[in-house]
Each structure stands twice: as C-alpha cells, then as structure tokens.
Design a protein around this ligand. Structure first.
Ligand code: ATP
Length: 630
C-alpha cells in the first residue's frame, strides 16, 4: 500500500480541512474583485427569486419601502439646503428663523417619515425571514429524509450535507438580507448623488470620482479581513483540538495514566508559536491595505472639498449649498461603506447558498426511484437472496460478495461471522434498505425493489446495532416502531415487557412519560443496556413479518439477555426473525445458521450440523466454550 504524507501549511503544521462554515469566506478570498463583480447580478437575481417565492407581498413591500426611504433621504438633503439658505440670509435673526420655519417643519416631517420607513423595512424583513427559512429547511429535510441509505456511505455526501444544513440554510436569508441592505446602501449613495446634482451638475461627477477608488479599497480590505478571520478560525480550531486533549473528561484518565501533560503542553507551545507568527504576518498585510485604502479615500475627499471650495469662491454655489454638499458627501460615504460590506458578505453567503442548492440537486438524484409498476404481494413465504454483492464506495473489497440464500417464513435464522464479515450489510439488503450492486432479493416471485414501499416497510422491522436515542418519551420511543398505530398503553407495555424494558421504565421519574433526553427539563438519559432494551421493545412493537435483530443483546446483562432470546424463540414458527450475534449460545435454536467470512457465505446449517463438521463455526463455538470451562 502506498502512502503519501498529509498536506502541511507553510509553517509546517498539518493542514486542517476547510470547515463548512468557512467555505464562503474562502471563496470570497479566491474570487478577487472581478469575480465578485461578475457574480453580483446572478446573486441579486437569485435572492429576489427566493424572497419573491417565499413571500410575494413582503418582498414587494420591502423593495418599495427601501426605495421610498432613499427618496426621502434626497428630499431631506434638499430641505436641509432650504433651511440653510434661509438661516444664512441677510436680516435679523428672528426674521431669518421665521422664514426658515416652513422648511424646518418640512425637514422634521421628512425625517419622521424616513424613520418610519426604516421601522417598516425592519418589520417587512422580520416577516420575510421566518418564511424563507422555513421554506428552505422543509425542502432540505424532505430530500435528506428520502435519499437512499447508501448516499450516507460516502464522505463527500455527508460533508456536503453538513455544509448545506449548517451554513447553507442560514445563507438563504443572509443572501436576501444582504441584497436588501445592498439596495439600501446603493440607494443612499444615489440619493446623495441626486441631491448633489441639484446643487451643481459637477458635484455628482466629483462624488463618483471620490467613491470609486474608496469602494475599491474597501472591497479589497474586506477580502483581506476575511483572510484574517479565517486564519483566526484555524487557530481557534487548533486550540479546540488541544483543549479536547488536555481539558476534557474523556481524555483526562489516559492523560494522567500515561503522564502526557508535558508532551501535550509542548505541542500546544509549538502550534501556538507558529500560528501566532502567521497571524501577525497577515495582520501586517491587512494594516497595509487598510492604510493604502485610507490614503486613497483621504486624497479623493480632499479633491472633492477643493472643488467645493472653488465652486464657492467663484460664486457658482452659495454657502448653504456648499454645506449641504458636505452633508450629502458624508451621507454618501456612509452608505458606500455599508454597500461594500454587504457586497463582500453577499458573495461569501452566495457560496453557501450555492452549496445548498447543489447539494439538494445532487441529493434529489439519489432519491430511490419508485418502481414503475409497484406490486403489493401477500405476506412472503420465502425471502431469497440471489447472487447478491455490495461494495461500499472507496472500498476495495465487496462487503457482501455473491451471497445466495433462502429464508422461509416463520424461521429463525442467524448470520454469524467475524467483525466486518458483512452480516449487517447483508441484513440491510434483505430488509430492502440497501440495493445490492449486483444480484437481487426476491419476495416469493417478486423482486424486492418492485414491491410497493408501504407494503415493504410494513413487513420489516430492524433492531439495529447502533440504535438511535430518540429525544422523546419512553412511550413514544417504543411507539416509533409503528408510528400512527392507534392503540393504548397496554400494547406498548407488552412490547416493553418482551424486551425486558418495562420494569426499568416504570422506575423512571415519570414512567412511560419520561423524556429520554437531558435537553428537556426533567429529561433522563439511560445506560447503554437500557437503551438497547428500548430499541428491542420498538422492534417487538412493530410486529412485522420479518424482524432483524442486529446484536440486540451486546450491552444486556445475563438475565435480560436470556429473557430477550426467550421472546425471540416465541416467534419461531409464526414470524420470521434474523439474528445477528457473536454469542453463539444464542443461536443454538435457530432453524438455520449462515456463516459469513470476508463477505462470502461459506457455510450454512443447523447448530448441530455446523458443530458436526470442521469449520469456522465449530472453532468459534469451541473458543467461546473454553471461556466457560474450568
Ligand atoms: N457505511 C459503510 N461505508 C463503508 N464501508 C462500510 C460501511 N459499513 C460497513 N462497511 C465495511 O463493510 C464491511 C462489512 O461490514 P458489516 O458492518 O456488514 O460487517 P459485520 O459482519 O456486521 O461486522 P460486525 O460484526 O463488526 O458488526 C466491513 O469491512 C466494514 O468496514
């Protein structure tokens, strides 16, 4: 096997993977200003489409309010000028203020309306956000809960899912919010430009000359700040890793037992020294860019003020207009600053949005197709695997390799074999949860993948090895086995008793109504064995024709284990059960035992038949027997 050394940073530290929340900033850093400019129209169109799709009236209202607020800003600036003209006019002070009063009242009204529009904009946005978010989340969960199980086997899919559900969902609203703010900023600049144009036709040209380089510098510095942030984020993640090693309960025992303190502190010092040096270097670069940006902005402003002075001295504009122009220029710069921030954010969030959309498209392609003509056969008489093979992505060897076997209704059968021999994979194929790469599973004369999904799922129950700890009450945790079934607590209790879970549940603070998650007030957690009992109860409650039990007793005490297998034996002859277990004493009574080795079915028979011949089964059984011998 060939190995290559893992990627390293320039500082010689192992490179950390880019995390899902960092990809947007990373994309913005890589894009450059031209890339941002090119992507902007598409992102704006996408945001408007999303917002309009989620709340038509809210979107129109938000845009209308934003434009109206811009108009009010222009009007406000021009009214300010009117006030100034009256205040700077000749004559007694009282007369000048009396003359300025109507304009002052108008200014107060305009300012009030402007503030009102700001509040209205906030309100329309707060209506829009939950709708957008809910729509996006629902769409994502609809897909993630339907994709084939096999999709989760590839690292790529789970990474993409993490990105999509983590930052992708937030990005839906962020992109829309950024576009609204970007509009507001751009309209602010436009409003100031319009007001300046009314004062003197040269002033908007000067404004443009001043803000273009300033915008360039601000956008560039924004990109640099993202780099600074990302570097900080990598540094934080390295600290988390070290903190995991030195300040967590899980590692505390080994850290002390092996006396690892100095070794780990040494690692901490090395990592932090290199990370801090790199961060300082970047901080210097960012400071240089910001300084250059400020010098450019200062020079441009000086040019505009010189022009204003010249216009004033040459009598082209009155003093009131000059003062209004200064106010308008300040307003334009403020709006410009806001605009550049949102352009940078829009690009970064746009990347997260793209992750979400692309993930959804790819996930949709992995939703199992409905059979063209689904069949709903009566309960199976046999389940037959015919030359079934399954290879997981990125795995050189098939997990299940050309397996053929038949299970008859009412039988209890067992899959036995070493770790990794393919037992669980085989069981998931049998349950129709995974499709084999080659070969087929047959439900009597029907291919399993042609059986209607509702019929198929109703016939199968699976108690899995790594049972999920659902954050619901004990009762609901069992009812999940057959959700929607309308019966009383006695049926749930019967399933719990079969799985030796009843006594344990009634001792919980609220009995069957105890919430099994500490996130809830009064919520309880259970031990591994207790969870395993709940999981088995869920399987019994489902009351399906086929029950697959994958290592159902690995964490159970001896009494619970014996009681559980007694219940399994009670199914024999009426219901079909597939047992997967390493404790061979538990499969002695099985009608048929299938022996797996490296993905292949290498032997089959009853317990006595298998013991009667040389083979893996007899070896394993003897080994387990020795453990109990004197
Ligand atoms: N989701 C997966 N993605 C990739 N490989 C997998 C996946 N699940 C199992 N494998 C691999 O497939 C092979 C068979 O695994 P499987 O879980 O079916 O074995 P098993 O016989 O049930 O093992 P155990 O006794 O340890 O539960 C193993 O090599 C395992 O590493």
């Amino acid at each position: 096997m060939t190995t290559t050394s893992p990627a390293e940073t320039d500082e010689g530290l192992p490179r950390l993977r880019t995390m899902w929340w960092e990809t947007g900033m990373q994309a913005r850093i890589e894009a450059g200003l031209r890339g941002v400019a090119k992507a902007l129209p598409r992102l704006i169109a996408e945001a408007l489409r999303l917002a309009y799709g989620a709340d038509r009236a809210g979107t129109i209202a938000t845009i209308a309010v934003t434009v109206a607020a811009g108009c009010m800003s222009t009007f406000g600036l021009l009214t300010t000028q009117r006030v100034l003209i009256e205040v700077f006019a000749e004559g007694p002070t009282v007369d000048r203020f009396a003359a300025a009063l109507p304009a002052l009242i108008l200014l107060a009204v305009v300012t009030g309306v402007r503030a009102g529009l700001g509040i209205a904009s906030g309100w329309t946005q707060s209506r829009l956000e939950p709708r957008l978010r809910q729509q996006a989340e629902r769409r994502l969960f609809e897909v993630t809960s339907r994709v084939e199980l096999a999709a989760y086997d590839s690292d790529g899919f789970t990474d993409e899912l993490e990105r999509a559900s983590g930052r992708g969902i937030d990005a839906v609203w962020d992109v829309v919010r950024n576009v609204i703010n970007l509009f507001a900023g751009a309209i602010g600049v436009l409003a100031a430009g319009t007001a300046l144009g009314v004062l003197h036709p040269l002033l908007p040209v000067a404004l443009l000359a001043a803000i273009v380089p300033e915008a360039w510098a601000a956008l560039r510095a924004g990109g640099q700040r993202y780099r600074e942030y990302l570097m900080g984020s990598v540094r934080r993640r390295r600290i988390w890793m070290l903190s995991d090693l030195m300040a967590r309960r899980d590692s505390a025992t080994e850290l002390r037992a092996y006396h690892l303190r100095d070794y780990l502190l040494g690692q901490y010092d090395r990592v932090m020294a290199t990370e801090t040096a790199a961060q300082l270097r970047l901080a210097r670069e960012v400071t240089a860019t910001t300084t250059i940006g400020s010098i450019i902005a200062g020079a441009c402003s000086a040019g505009v003020y010189a022009l204003l002075a010249w216009l004033l001295v040459s009598g082209a504009i009155p003093l009131a207009a000059a003062i209004t122009a200064i106010v308008a220029l300040q307003a334009a710069r403020g709006s410009l600053h806001v605009t550049t921030i949102y352009i940078n954010e829009l690009y970064a969030d746009g990347r997260h949005l793209r992750d979400l959309v692309e993930f959804q498209n790819r996930a949709m392609a992995r939703v199992p197709p409905q059979p063209p003509e689904p069949v709903s056969p009566p309960p199976f008489r046999t389940l037959r695997l015919d030359g079934v093979t399954l290879t997981y992505p990125d795995r050189p060897r098939a997990a299940v390799d050309g397996v053929s076997l038949t299970i008859h209704a009412g039988q209890t059968v067992a899959f036995v074999g070493e770790n990794g021999s393919g037992k669980t994979t085989l069981a998931t194929i049998l349950a129709g949860l995974r499709l084999p790469s080659t070969g087929a599973v047959w439900w009597d004369e029907h291919r399993l993948d042609h059986v209607d999904e509702t019929t198929l799922r109703a016939a199968m129950a699976a108690v899995t090895q790594d049972q999920w700890r659902w954050p619901f009450t004990a009762e609901t945790n069992i009812r999940l086995g057959s959700i929607g079934r309308d019966d009383g607590l006695p049926e749930v209790e019967a399933a719990a008793k079969a799985a030796v879970a009843h006594d344990m549940i009634v001792e919980l603070p609220f009995g069957y109504q105890t919430l099994l998650d500490r996130a809830f007030e009064g919520g309880q957690d259970l031990s591994g064995g207790q969870w395993q009992r709940i999981s088995a109860a869920r399987g019994f409650y489902r009351d399906a024709d086929l029950l697959i039990m994958d290592e159902p007793s690995s964490a159970l005490d001896a009494r619970a284990e014996a009681a559980l297998f007694e219940q399994v034996r009670a199914r024999q002859g009426t219901r079909t059960t597939v047992l997967i277990t390493h404790r061979l004493a538990n499969v002695r009574h099985a009608d048929r035992i299938f022996v797996m080795h490296e993905g292949r079915l290498i032997d089959e028979g009853t317990h006595d038949e298998l013991l009667g011949r040389e083979g893996h089964y007899r070896t394993w059984f003897d080994l387990q027997k020795i453990g109990y011998a004197d």
